[in-house]
Design a protein around this ligand. Structure first.
Ligand code: URA
Length: 311
C-alpha cells in the first residue's frame, strides 16, 4: 500500500508536476543570447556553456567598474512597507540628475538620492519622455521603446533587464519566449497578471540582445524611478542576475545565492531576487533542486508574501 505522504512531500511533488507543465526548454533562437548571465559560481564548463563563461567574464569585468557595497538580505519577517516616496520639487522642464547607486560603508543598501518622480507626473508623460529619449545609443537601433505594462497601482512590480527582439517589435515587455514562460509561472502560482506591473531597467533593446551596460542602466533608471514613484508598489521582484545586481547591489553574489531572498534595493522597496525566465528555458531539468524547481519555490514564496501584504 502506498505510504501516506507528508504535507511537505506532497507539496514538493505537486511543485515538480506543475513545473513540468511549463514549456519545454528551447534553445534555438535569440533567447539563447538573451539569457541573463547566470551566477559565476555555476560551473559553466561542466554545463557545456562555454559562451556563458565568456559572458560571465564580461560581467565580472563590468562589476569591477562598479563601487563595492555590502548588502545583506533582509529577513522576510522584517519586510516593512516601502519607504514613502518623497514628493519631488523637480518639474518636467528641469533636467533630472542621473541617479547613481550611493556608495557607503553601511551594511544596508541606500536608496537612490531621490526615489521620486516629477511633480504632476503621469504614465503618459513618462512614455512620451522615453519615446523622445536619446540619452544613450540604444535610441539609434530600437524599433520601439518598451516602457512597461500592467496595473499602474500594482502591489508588485516585476523588473527584468532589457527588452529583446519580440519586445522591441511590439513595444511590450516579456512577450517573447521568456515572457511566455514567465506568464505560465506567475499563473501557476496564482497571480493574476492584470494585477501586476511588468517592466525592465532598460526601455530600449540592446542590439543583438547583448547585456545592458552600466551606463545604459544608469541613464535609463530615472524612467523606472518615475514609474515606481507613481505605482508605489509594496514589493519588487527582480528577474535575473543583471537586474538583481543593478537593483540590489553590485557586490552581491551570483543569482543562485541571491534567489529566493528579500533585499532592500536602490529604490527603497523590498525586492525579491529571482531567476530570469530565459535561464529557466535553458535548463531542462524539473527535478528537485533544479533551477525550475527553485523558481517554483520562489514564486510561491513571493505569492505568499504578496497575499500577506494586504491591499
Ligand atoms: N528579457 C527581459 O529581461 N525583458 C524582457 O522584456 C524580455 C526578455
Amino acid at each position: 500500500m502506498a505510504r501516506k505522504k507528508s504535507e511537505e512531500e506532497s507539496s514538493e511533488i505537486e511543485a515538480v508536476d506543475l513545473i513540468s507543465l511549463l514549456s519545454t526548454p528551447e534553445t534555438t533562437d535569440s533567447y539563447e543570447i538573451e539569457l541573463s548571465v547566470p551566477e559565476q559560481d555555476l560551473d559553466l564548463i561542466a554545463l557545456g556553456k562555454e559562451e556563458l563563461r565568456e559572458e560571465a567574464v564580461k560581467l565580472a569585468k563590468a562589476k569591477t567598474l562598479l563601487p563595492n557595497k555590502e548588502v545583506r538580505p533582509i529577513a522576510s519577517q522584517t519586510l516593512s512597507s516601502p519607504t514613502p516616496l518623497r514628493p519631488s520639487s523637480i518639474t518636467p522642464t528641469q533636467t533630472i540628475s542621473i541617479a547613481k547607486p550611493k556608495v557607503t560603508s553601511s551594511k544596508t543598501i541606500n536608496c537612490l538620492d531621490a526615489l521620486q518622480g516629477y511633480e504632476n507626473d503621469s504614465f503618459e508623460q513618462i512614455i512620451k519622455d522615453i519615446s523622445a529619449c536619446q540619452r544613450c545609443g540604444l535610441c539609434k537601433t530600437r524599433k520601439n521603446v518598451v516602457p512597461g505594462i500592467g496595473n499602474t497601482k500594482a502591489k508588485l512590480v516585476l523588473i527584468g533587464e532589457a527588452p529583446g527582439a519580440d519586445e522591441d517589435i511590439q513595444g511590450i515587455p516579456f512577450v517573447g519566449k521568456a515572457g511566455q514562460h514567465l506568464d505560465k509561472i506567475i499563473a501557476a502560482a496564482g497571480f493574476n497578471k492584470k494585477d501586476l506591473y511588468i517592466c525592465n531597467i532598460l526601455k530600449c533593446r540592446p542590439p543583438n540582445n547583448r547585456d545592458p551596460n552600466n551606463d545604459e542602466m544608469r541613464v535609463c533608471t530615472p524612467f523606472l524611478q518615475r514609474q515606481l514613484a507613481l505605482i508605489k508598489p509594496k514589493m519588487i521582484a527582480c528577474l535575473g542576475n543583471i537586474a538583481c545586481h543593478y537593483v540590489i547591489g553590485p557586490s552581491m553574489p551570483g543569482i543562485t545565492r541571491l534567489r529566493g531572498q528579500w533585499f532592500d534595493s536602490i529604490f527603497g522597496i523590498p525586492t525579491f531576487a529571482m531567476y530570469h525566465p530565459s535561464y529557466l528555458i535553458r535548463s531542462a531539468s524539473r527535478e528537485k533542486g533544479s533551477p525550475n524547481w527553485q523558481m517554483w519555490q520562489d514564486i510561491r514564496a513571493l505569492k505568499a508574501k504578496y497575499d500577506e501584504s494586504g491591499k
